[in-house]
Ligand binder design. Structure first.
Ligand code: 6R9
Length: 651
């Protein structure tokens, strides 16, 4: 395995510590360290208590059944996720509390109270029903960050349909693959979305994507008013607002879902070219999402919670929609780019709406650092009381900058390690209890048992790197990979018996703090987005000029990692700037802009071992300008010299 020793030694020198302030601790939801021991001694009782925070139509009878690698939680229980996120709050004083404060990129705003949200969700549920959507059907959603997105998700949840959201930055081809894999008959999209003042042509992408797929109906939200620029296909396409007009205004009776009924699919990248449809179920996922709002985010009814992720990723699913809304919070949701029209857009929103909890990614923090603190100084950020980060390891400098310039040394920082597969935060401090260290996600949350092990599955000593593993099942764990249980078993439980393997390297320091070192497989993390090397490679190889391609992630100061592609072309193909531009464009078209290679290096041969495996490590060394390690296993050592020379030319 590739435990990056260089990174390890820098991290080990980090010994600044930040205990929670007395005033934070005194108001925290959890102040007693015993919660960890209690949950460890009896996780089932702990999770049953947490599940008790949800509203159930029928209480569960068995907390957990674990037949490795398959878990079931809260067996015999009946509930509805949309009822928990919306309806139940309208039966309390929260009825007129703001559920979603939404801001569009052009500056348009909407405040949606819980009661208004209930009405919107119910109308959308009636609409879906009238289109023939039934319990268990998959609905693909390809929308920008507009209120119709959470409304559509919750409408699916209300009728028991399974949503599969595809991030609006994905290409037509990626959308198509996901539609086919999920076997969806219906797609909800928009005419276009706004990004840095430009329109992103979602409907045009959708038109290409749905050809020769099971999609029978396309519902189109009019976001930018581009009616004249899009084509609506008769009998297939209809506008959301026109369909909604025909919906009854009567309440929609929530479907009584079994705890283990599927709530959603969300596709994520793995080591092969084919994305995995991660399956999350109703009760377990919602319990995890809801619990972490109260524990990790110390949520209070007075909080204004701003998660800057897109709902197209798991962070947005859990921390814009299901977590905060199930807990009755007010969330801020923003459609566009942080630098539009100015680089102070987030700070203007924090100031304007009085945001109390901000949850963002290390890549954004590094971008703010690069821009400089002057954009923050123009605004009053004194409403902030807690900060969070997610998506990739945060480097200590970025952590300190977040602490000093955004948190004004007042706000605890919760560095939350988790994955699409885990559903909610797994390693993160409880901010009223745990002393934090810049760059460490600290320790597993209560109810989660982790370890760091070697190849044989034995715990490693402090300071040694190893595989991060999760030893016991937890409520919000993925249940399977959609349509491919074998892949689920192999990927996550194939290495160690009955133990979940997330695919990250980690080490523990002498105090037991966890330091995540990054992926140990062929997954690249660009700005917190998971991209499989195999996906980018197959996009490149699809080009007629390309014979072979190898893709690696090299370290990048802002994005965490950037994609470098090494390409060998077919006989006679030209290796010029035009081909580079074409290849980059072809990756954008096949996957999406976030997968665009930063640089493409042509090489007559790729370095291979004698067993014909491409030596990615070596390519990473070249791209990162390191002295090359052992190349004795290389079939043809001259390849490396040539590649090094080529790489220098591109710099
Ligand atoms: C939530 C999310 C998961 C991968 C994960 C890891 C990396 C996420 C992190 C982190 C270090 C953190 N990751 N949070 N690494 N510290 N706080 O990002 O899900 O898109 O599935 O990515 O992201 O490598 O395995 P997802």
């Amino acid at each position: 395995m590739t435990v990056e020793t260089e990174k390890l030694s820098t991290l080990l020198h980090e010994n600044r510590t930040f205990p929670p302030s007395e005033s934070f601790r005194a108001q925290a939801n959890f102040q007693d360290e015993n919660i960890y021991q209690r949950a460890l001694d009896d996780p089932e009782t702990y999770w049953a208590e947490q599940a008790g925070e949800l509203s159930w139509f029928k209480p569960f009878e068995i907390v957990c059944s674990w037949q490795p690698p398959h878990a079931k939680w809260f067996i015999e229980g009946k509930l509805n996720a949309a009822y928990n996120c919306v309806d139940r709050h309208t039966e309390t004083w929260r009825k007129n509390k703001a559920a979603i404060i939404w801001e569009g990129e052009p500056g348009d705003q909407r405040v949606i109270t819980y009661d208004m949200l209930r009405r919107e969700v119910d109308k959308a549920a009636h609409m879906l029903k009238s289109l023939g959507v039934k319990k268990g059907d998959r609905v693909t959603i390809y929308l920008p960050m507009i209120p119709e997105l959470p409304v559509a998700m919750l409408a699916c949840a209300k009728i028991g349909a399974v949503h599969s959201i595809v991030f609006g930055g994905f290409s037509a081809k990626s959308l198509r693959e996901r539609i086919i894999d999920a076997d969806s008959k219906i797609l909800i999209t928009a005419d276009a979305g706004w990004r840095r003042g430009k329109q992103i042509p979602l409907k045009a992408n959708a038109d290409i994507a749905v050809e020769e797929t099971p999609i029978e109906q396309v519902v189109v939200v009019s976001r930018v008013g581009a009616e004249s620029n899009i084509t609506m296909k008769d009998g297939r396409d209809a506008y959301w607002h026109e369909l909604i007009k025909q919906s009854p205004t009567t309440p929609f009776e929530p479907e009584q879902m079994d705890s283990e009924d599927i709530l959603f699919l969300l596709y994520t990248s793995g080591t092969t070219g084919k994305p995995k449809g991660i399956v999350h179920t109703t009760a377990g996922y919602l319990t995890g999402a809801n619990t972490s709002m109260r524990t990790v985010f110390d949520l209070k009814d007075s909080d204004i919670f701003f998660c800057t992720a897109d709902i197209g990723w798991i962070t947005g699913h859990t921390y814009i929609v299901y977590g905060p809304l199930s807990a009755g919070a007010t969330v801020v949701m923003y459609e566009g780019s942080p630098d539009y029209p100015g680089r102070d857009r987030f700070w203007e929103m924090v100031d304007h709406y009085g945001v109390t909890i901000l949850y963002t990614a290390p890549t954004s923090i590094r971008t703010f650092m690069k821009w400089g603190p002057q954009y923050l100084e123009q605004h009053d950020l004194s409403s902030l009381r807690l900060l969070g980060t997610v998506g990739e390891p945060i480097n200590p400098e970025a952590w300190m900058w977040y602490h000093e310039h955004i948190g004004k040394k007042r706000c605890p920082i919760v560095d939350t390690w988790w994955q699409t597969e885990t559903g909610c935060a797994m390693i993160a401090p409880l901010p009223g209890i745990v002393e934090t260290k810049p760059g460490s996600a600290t320790r597993a949350v209560p109810g989660i048992e982790i370890d760091i092990v070697d190849e044989q599955g034995n715990s490693v000593d402090a300071k040694d790197g190893g595989y991060l593993v999760i030893k016991k099942p937890w409520p919000s764990m993925l249940r399977t990979v959609w349509g491919d249980d074998e892949r689920f078993q192999k990927t996550y439980f194939g290495q160690f018996k009955d133990t979940y393997l997330p695919g990250d390297g980690a080490h523990r320091d002498e105090q037991g703090y966890i330091w995540i070192l990054g992926r140990i497989d062929d997954v690249i993390n660009v700005s917190g987005h998971r991209i499989g090397t195999a996906e980018v490679e197959s996009a490149l190889v699809a080009h007629p000029a390309v014979a072979e391609a190898a893709v690696i992630g090299r370290s990048d100061a802002i994005k965490g990692q950037a994609i470098t592609a090494f390409v060998s072309v077919r006989e006679g193909a030209r290796t010029d700037d035009a081909l580079i531009a074409e290849l980059k464009q072809s990756v954008v078209e096949k996957i999406g802009a976030m997968a665009r290679p930063e640089e493409i290096i042509f090489s007559a041969e790729l370095p291979k071992t004698r067993s014909a495996k491409i030596m990615r490590r070596l390519l990473r060394d070249i791209a990162e300008g390191r002295v090359l390690g052992d190349t004795t296993t290389l079939a043809d050592p001259t390849v490396v010299e040539e590649l090094k020379a080529q790489y220098k030319d591109t710099e």
